[in-house]
Design a protein around this ligand. Structure first.
Ligand SMILES: Nc1ncnc2c1ncn2[C@@H]1O[C@H](COP(=O)(O)OP(=O)(O)OP(=O)(O)O)[C@@H](O)[C@H]1O
Ligand SMILES: [Mg+2]
Length: 230
């Protein structure tokens, strides 16, 4: 992907986030600036407690900043209420969490179907899209398995299929490889690189794994609520 083909996707400017804890304020993010463009694989690293998840929650519109601005495709998330952000999130953002977030009683197919339902994708498009997404993560043959009938890496790959099915332009993944062995983690990263290339998506993920960081377009390092030069 040529840099010239990229467009601005998410802009975080001067963002601070504090929490009230007892009678005092805990300042977690202390002035974050970050720009995401389309077709990128971006990583956040930093010690436990440095504020990575807090920032991801803001980027995905799950939370709003104490100070500063967040624009997602030009839309001012920092000014919008929950309902308005939720609507954008369901259609245009995908999430992957450390522990896969699959519904245990649903098959791989039905889990992926759920995000199309939430995004109000026309029902007639579901079957093809679900099959395509499960195929993309190498699980076409496991479509009707339920999570407990899948390995950890396979479950994480279903979670990826579920997170991208509704064609989000941003995929946020918080430690998506933390529970996987190095071979499975490498598989997940291969899928990530492939979907950044083939789908119109930018992935922003957190990780502690330095070997994984080699495939990133850019790595941001968070120390105590601010970015330091990596
Ligand atoms: N809702 C909250 N209320 C109070 N404090 C919070 C809240 N959410 C996060 N914190 C605090 O903010 C700090 C940063 O937390 P965060 O989860 O962002 O860290 P992290 O970088 O993701 O760490 P890890 O690598 O362990 O996942 C922590 O000290 C945490 O206790
Ligand atoms: Mg975290």
């Amino acid at each position: 992907m040529e840099a010239a083909d990229r467009q601005s996707l998410l802009s975080v400017r001067g963002v601070e986030r504090s929490f009230d804890v007892g009678n005092s304020k805990l300042r977690v993010l202390k002035g974050i600036d970050l720009e995401l463009q389309t077709h990128q694989l971006i990583m956040l690293k930093g010690r436990s407690g440095s504020g990575k998840t807090t920032l991801m929650n803001l980027m995905g519109g799950l939370d709003t900043p104490t100070k500063g601005e967040i624009h997602f495709r030009g839309q001012p998330f920092h000014q919008w209420n929950d309902d308005r952000r939720t609507e954008v999130r369901r259609k245009d953002i995908g999430f992957i969490f450390q522990a896969y977030a699959l519904l245990p009683l649903l098959s791989a197919y039905e889990n992926v179907e759920l995000s199309l339902r939430m995004a109000k994708t026309p029902r007639g498009d579901w079957k093809k899209r679900i099959t395509t997404c499960l195929d993309m993560v190498g699980l076409a043959k496991r479509m009707h398995h339920r999570p407990f009938e899948l390995s950890g890496g396979e479950q994480q790959r279903v979670a990826i299929a579920k997170a991208i099915a509704h064609r989000p332009s941003l995929l946020l993944a918080d430690e998506p490889t933390a529970e996987l062995d190095s071979q499975m983690a490498a598989q997940v990263m291969t899928v990530f690189r492939e979907i950044v290339r083939s789908e119109n998506v930018t992935i922003c993920m957190t990780t502690h794994d330095t070997t994984i960081m080699e495939v990133a377009d850019h790595v941001y390092e968070m120390v105590d609520g601010v970015f330091v030069a990596g």
